[in-house]
Design a protein around this ligand. Structure first.
Ligand SMILES: Cc1cc2nc3c(=O)[nH]c(=O)nc-3n(C[C@H](O)[C@H](O)[C@H](O)COP(=O)(O)O)c2cc1C
Length: 330
């Protein structure tokens, strides 16, 4: 069985990629993931806020880094709480490149154009094979219209893409008015691929303390469904690469993502729960399914169930919503 796939122009041994997470913080852990079958690995993100704080502090020698962004400092983690300083990040990237044979993808996280995007060039110089730009944002200002937010995002992507020669993928949120249109626009400004989707961590309210509680719950396969729908809708319209992130936990999940149009699947929660060794089992079960169903390579599978090719395209569309609601009887 030929499991190779091309993602962002990189030839990968199989479609299983370790998504952005703490796994790259220790080189030996990243190597375990590689040995278990990961075909590429994405580092945790370096954040716009973190880089801005450092650049401002360097600019005003007298200002301490921790106090350099007074309006945001009450909300953002203190500088020392970020796991990797920008310098440390670049050094870790170099270590990973020296120790691993699989591609290493650096992750930048921000959504407004600015000096922080210079770090793309530093990632490239440190040896990154590609950059994943995470456009995570939460617009709480009712005066900001969607068009304005998206224009900033496109400008950010454009400035990262034009500063490097390595490929840039963009990790998107599902909460755009027209996700397919925005994915195409991202490609038009030069991105080599998109990652569907960011996972939003929803805070809860503690009824005893009347406090808002941030929480990080790992995903389950249920979260894949939103991604499958949009992969199926978007994949026929993109020439570049598509990765899915969110809810990939089993060989079945991987195969569904490929059928809907993904070139790679990114996994984090399943690896945090079960450790690197689960990867070899996933590869084995995936190969078994593909062989049993008469496939020889992933090109035959990819997109076979996208919106243009699946037997019932309406199942992905509004028609299905109406049918489902109408099907219930009491
Ligand atoms: C502990 C942890 C740290 C993460 N850190 C990052 C990060 O730095 N940048 C990023 O883009 N995504 C980050 N993510 C999100 C993952 O890359 C991924 O998109 C998300 O967990 C959904 O995939 P999953 O269902 O396989 O967990 C993190 C996730 C976890 C659980």
């Amino acid at each position: 069985m030929n499991l190779t796939t091309t993602y962002l122009g990189l030839k990968l041994a199989n479609p299983l990629v370790v998504g952005a997470s703490p796994f790259c913080d220790a080189v030996h852990v990243a190597r375990q993931l590689q040995d278990a079958g990961a075909s590429a690995i994405v580092m945790r993100s370096l954040f716009e806020e973190q880089i801005d704080a450092e650049q401002r502090a360097l600019h005003h020698h007298t200002e301490s880094i921790a106090d350099s962004n007074p309006e945001a400092s009450s909300y953002l983690p203190p500088y020392a709480e970020y796991q990797l300083t920008p310098d440390h990040y670049l050094r870790q990237l170099e270590h990973l490149k020296q120790s691993l044979s699989i591609p290493v993808i650096g992750s930048l996280n921000g959504c407004r154009p600015g000096g922080w995007t210079d770090y793309a060039r530093k990632f490239e110089a440190a040896g990154a094979d590609a950059i994943e730009l995470n456009l995570y944002t939460l617009v709480t200002d009712p005066a900001r219209a969607g068009d304005d937010v998206e224009a900033d995002m496109l400008e950010t992507v454009r400035s990262v893409v034009k500063s490097v020669r390595i490929p840039v993928s963009v990790k998107l949120s599902p909460f755009h008015t027209s996700p397919a249109n925005f994915a195409v626009a991202i490609e038009q400004v030069g991105a080599a691929g998109v990652v569907l989707y960011n996972r939003f961590y929803q805070p809860d309210i503690n009824l005893e303390d009347l406090e808002v509680q941030p929480q990080l719950r790992l995903s389950d396969s249920g979260e894949l469904l939103l991604r499958l729908r949009w992969l199926a809708i978007i994949s026929p319209h993109l020439r570049g690469s598509l990765a899915v992130s969110g809810g990939v936990h089993s060989a079945d999940d991987i195969i569904k993502a490929l059928l809907a149009g993904a070139h790679t699947v990114q996994m984090v929660s399943v690896l945090l729960r079960h450790g690197p060794r689960i990867l070899s089992g996933l590869l084995g079960r995936m190969t078994e399914w593909l062989t049993d169903h008469g496939y020889e390579n992933l090109d035959q599978v990819r997109g076979a169930m996208n919106l243009q090719r699946c037997p019932d395209p309406a199942a992905f569309e509004r028609a299905n919503y109406i049918k489902i609601l109408q099907s219930w009887r009491v």
